[in-house]
Design a protein around this ligand. Structure first.
Ligand code: SAM
Length: 465
């Protein structure tokens, strides 16, 4: 069968290149899968274990990932808003298997260079848990905002969100234990889920993407430290944006190949990439071979002889906006409500206070000198007109909240709260109350006795009825 006849909506030059790579029969299988609905999958937050799913629905390469039988309305699920899971396409969760196999130290500093909306970043944040630090970077302002929201919802407090171009990381050469570059690409692997990608696709667009990716790799190739890793990923199939860029990277920088063992029934295709410095490996995900969308990933390691940058803690931290503060300088409501303020580093941005893991104070202050920070650690709240206003970020964080008043709600009231409507709270204490659903915090209300003020962030409000 000629697969090009069966699906006129896919660009002919794309299908021709697919046929060259896969042959006629397999391209027909690809076309068949393309007609089917994309599977829905989620990845659970291991620090907010709110959802329980059937083990048989597990994604083979990710212990935290599950396929769902159908696509529910996530918007109407309070546990989604509580950050107990992330809706992530199954192939992308392969990063979980790579990290587990390489046993990358969990107390390291990772960079997700092209991070929005945050699928890989939340996975990396889970992996690092209470031990490591993640820099989640995105260059586009509006997308950085979405990334920030997802990091806040995930709630681990181990992440700095930055908004920089790859070229602005030059001072951080040799700083990271792991650099993930999930590059902007021509999106051939997303054709089934995102028809816009089909419209934008052309051979010229592939060339443009390959050039942009090369520029990013050229700037980011020096960022992993000696013995650290670089993971290059795209959601496209062609060689120009994948194998050719891996080859480019190995020509510009010194790297060693990394081979990842695969389950024999996973359906992932390994490709060998012959480079001057040796044989490297790439992994391709095709929707007709497995339950997931298109993806390419290659993992490379910096030799032990490369240079590593280790920042020292300076007594004085100079930053145009941020100030390091001590517990003595913060509002008493904050120190009475927030556990662990004594143990971690505290920073003030005007009258807003942030908690940050103390063990990464030197790294953070070094990063803050060089990057455009958009979020860090956990924003705790703000002192305004002599009043303490706890933040939504703190509510979403996994920091203990034993000292605050809570009010558990049912599904209807949870949705009312998420729509920023008042909820019935007869008998609740007055003052700040944390609304919980199945014991997971959703946000704050201020109970004034005769009235409830709902502090759910306006821009996060659920609009669906
Ligand atoms: C494929 S998406 C990343 C998806 C994300 N890693 C995830 O798993 O949710 C690529 C991202 O790279 C961003 N980007 C584009 N050019 C960039 C650049 N020069 N430096 C950093 N990021 C860039 C895009 O805005 C886009 O958000």
């Amino acid at each position: 069968m000629n697969s090009m006849e069966s699906s006129p909506q896919l660009p002919i030059p794309f299908l021709q290149s697919l046929e060259r790579a896969l042959g006629n029969d397999e391209t027909a299988e690809f076309m068949q899968a393309y007609q089917e609905e994309a599977p829905t999958s989620i990845r659970l937050n291991p620090f907010k274990k709110g959802v329980h799913l059937d083990e048989s629905a597990k994604i083979p390469w990710c212990d935290e990932g599950y396929y769902l039988a159908n696509r529910p309305s996530f918007t109407l699920d309070p546990l989604f808003h509580a950050g107990t899971y992330y809706v992530q396409e199954a192939s992308s969760t392969f990063l979980y298997h790579v990290l587990s196999h390489l046993a990358v130290p969990k107390d390291g500093v990772f960079l997700d260079l092209c991070a929005a909306p945050g699928g890989k970043s939340t996975l990396l944040s889970s992996y690092l848990g209470n031990e490591g630090l993640l820099v989640a970077n995105e260059v586009i302002s509006a997308r950085t905002q979405i990334l920030k929201e997802n990091i806040i919802k995930w709630g681990l407090g181990n992440t700095i969100v930055t908004q920089n171009d790859a070229g602005q990381f030059q001072e951080l050469a040799g700083f990271f234990d792991l650099v993930v570059i999930d590059a902007p690409c021509s999106g051939e692997g997303m054709f089934r889920k995102d028809p816009k990608a089909i419209k934008e696709w052309s051979p010229e667009h592939v060339d443009l993407c390959a050039g942009r990716q090369q520029r990013i790799l050229d700037q980011a190739g020096i960022l992993p430290k000696a013995g650290g890793y670089l993971m290059y990923a795209t959601c496209t199939f062609n060689q120009k944006e994948n194998e050719q860029n891996v080859r480019f990277l190995t020509e510009e920088f010194s790297y060693e190949p990394v081979r990842i063992p695969l389950g024999s029934d996973w359906g992932i295709v390994e490709s060998e990439i012959a480079c001057d410095s040796g044989l490297f490996y790439g992994y391709r995900f095709f929707p007709h071979r497995l339950k997931g969308e298109g993806l390419f990933i290659s993992i490379l390691r910096r030799p032990d002889t490369s240079v590593t940058t280790t920042p020292k803690l300076h007594k004085e931290f100079r930053h145009p906006h941020l100030k390091r503060v001590s517990v003595r300088d913060i509002p008493s409501e904050l120190s009475h409500q927030v556990e662990r303020v004594n143990e971690e580093s505290l920073y003030a941005l005007g009258s807003a206070y942030f908690l940050f893991p103390k063990r990464f104070q030197a790294e953070f202050e070094f990063l803050a000198q060089h990057l455009n920070l958009r979020y860090m650690g956990v924003f705790l709240g703000e002192a305004s007109n002599g009043q303490w206003i706890p933040s939504h970020e703190w509510a979403m964080s996994i920091l203990p909240k034993d000292l605050v008043v809570k009010w558990e709600v049912n599904l209807d009231h949870a949705l009312q709260f998420l729509r920023k409507e008042p909820i019935p709270m007869d008998g609740a204490a007055t003052g700040w109350v944390l609304i919980t659903y199945q014991e997971y915090p959703l946000g704050w209300v201020k109970n004034l006795g005769n009235r409830i003020n709902n502090y759910y962030p306006k821009e996060w409000r659920v609009r669906m009825s």
